[in-house]
Design a binder for this molecule. Sequence first.
Ligand code: F6P
Length: 352
Amino acid sequence: MLTGGGDAPGLNAVIRAVVKAAVNANIDVIGLEDSFDGLLYPSRTRPLTPQSVTGILRLGGTILGTTNRGNPFEYPADTPDGKVDYSDRVVETFHRMGLDALVAIGGDGTLAIAHQFFLKGIPIVGVPKTIDNDIVGTTTCFGFDTAVAFAADAIDRLHSTAEAHRRVMVVEVMGRYAGWIALHAGVAGGADVILMPEIPYRLECVAEHIRQRERLGAKFSIVVAAEGAIPVGGEAVLLAAARAGHVERLGGVGGQVAASLEPMTGKEARCVVLGHLQRGGTPTAFDRVLATRLGGKAVELLQRGVFGKMVANHPPDIVPVPLADVVGRTRKVPVDYDLIGTARAIGISFGE
Ligand code: F6P
């Protein structure tokens, strides 16, 4: 079993469920450290027993370590094109270690790598993870609920200081190319404006919404901006462009929006970037339960010899879906999602 990509609260709950369910079914579990690095460097593996997972249910992070830089098909290296293909070495190590199957817990990147290894003959079960909630084929990913709860709490706290200083507070949240965190945290936290990638915004519309609130007596405003929010006809703001072995890093839209809104509204504006705080901390009860269910289902698939699948949340069930149907796609917020309509109905602006 390995964990890959950015961490998300609930990874340890999956690890614990897989280990306990597997050991009870007489399956030995080996933990691979730092994603697929554990199959490149066999010293980075360790047996996982019920004792080794005691007490981890409530812990954020992952006891196995993780990386979003270690794709064995494009491993970062000092070569002319900056990468090297170690995938055959991974397959060899897998067989040399006498492993029967691999449980890969990760987001879109890790699941895509897992699918490539499935096509190279490794029996794989995928478990979806991400705070961004953007994996196709599952209605919810563990980690999302915890991230939203944290962001909503932050927005609650920012209300009092925004109101005290009569300021505009822009809160930048994660989510990459999907606005799930921005939308859910914005609605839960009572934001006035939500900017998300699925609904390109016009700054003038945001400013007018704030001025209108002012005219109605509300002297402060809270704007939630997804890191991937884009203006009409514009691009997402990047901290770093993509390069070999590294995906592009989003970030900075909140600061830009705050700086623009000051002269447009005549109000002081500040930006708060919640960043990796959204990925840290203890998972909510919802995420612990979902993670445990996904882990349990993964072991059931191992026992049945069902591979090349991702376990997915299809309420009220956890079901296997083909990895092939999941990879290379992003589950964006549908623009006809009822929460968007309700948000508009209760006076939240999307900057349109
Ligand atoms: O995919 C999860 C996520 O937290 C995104 O929301 C964010 O853009 C990205 O990971 C940040 O990754 P890193 O930790 O590599 O900066």
